[in-house]
Design a protein around this ligand. Sequence first.
Ligand SMILES: [Zn+2]
Ligand SMILES: [Zn+2]
Length: 374
Amino acid sequence: MSDSRDFCPRCGDPIPERDEPLPGMPRERDDVLCDSCYFDDFDLVDAPENVQVRVCAQCGAIHRGNRWVDVGARDYTDIAIEEVSNALGIHINARDVRWGVEPEQVDENNIRMHCHFSGVVRDTPVEETAVVPVSIARETCQRCGRIAGGYFASLVQVRADDRTPTTEEAETAIEIAESYIAAREDKGDRNAFITEVNRTPAGPDIKISTNQMGSGVAKRIRERFGGTIEEHPTLVTEDGDGNEVYRVTFVARLPRYTAGDVIDPEDDDGPVLVRSNRGRLKGIRVTTGEPYEAEFEDGERPEAEHLGSVEDAEETTVVTVEDEHAVQVLDPVTFEAKTIPRPDYFDPDAAMVPVLKSQSGLHILPDDVVEDEE
Ligand SMILES: [Zn+2]
Ligand SMILES: [Zn+2]
């Protein structure tokens, strides 16, 4: 026995030799107590008296700190366990801590969490149990409240130049808007949502949560189809600080002619099959197979007669190849043999060819009528 032994400052009992704390580690005030006094007021776990979980009854988001957070669609018990574990504190000196929790569903909105902990402190195994009541408060998050209230900051109108968008164009534009907004939601942007999609006879109206995202959607529609974007801001209100709040309507106007249309630019060189209209109108002459490119600025268009589209084409029989510039085919309507221009994409060995009959006459279309727009 050494005379330099320590005594417990609380009860005065001598303290057996103990390992000193590692150099540099602070010695806690309680570390000088004997084991008996130390464990008298030792709490392995600091558990809250109760936990309240605020969940959005619409989307399942939970309120954490001062904001709503998406946690994905899981049941409330899982969320309650997670919130309780976030709220628990384990004593810093405990090692080999294990814990388990048994939820007891009291009623629809109340769960009692029976938590059991074990660990090792001062080489002594310790155990503790705690019961934490969890109450679930079902609320409506700001985002769901706004959607339910019909809130929107921008309106994207999908229209077309001198025509109405086709069903396919309209549905593609809606998909573009939905995937653009979904990508932002996936990144955790809770300001991203579509309030409403209204398929009007003139084209879709898409209500979007912010002006910036409305602009982004309109630009992606123009990237896909070509055409123009018009922007019309409307003053809707002033906010609390007297700032003017605008709602912006973006009109994404699809071009008059799109890939697959056959048009006559009326320049005496014959009709053109439109192959692309993003930026500038491009295609090929169905009389010769020569390339055509409109000499117009982006977004503008030449005056032209719309003759039909590749969907109106019919297969017909090749009667005879006359020469480099002419071929004889059966008129698919009258079944008369007709001599028509021979474009360079015509295959002289073909027995059947797709033709378009229009007010400009009969023309052979290429087999691969439209270039892939993707
Ligand atoms: Zn003591
Ligand atoms: Zn919600």
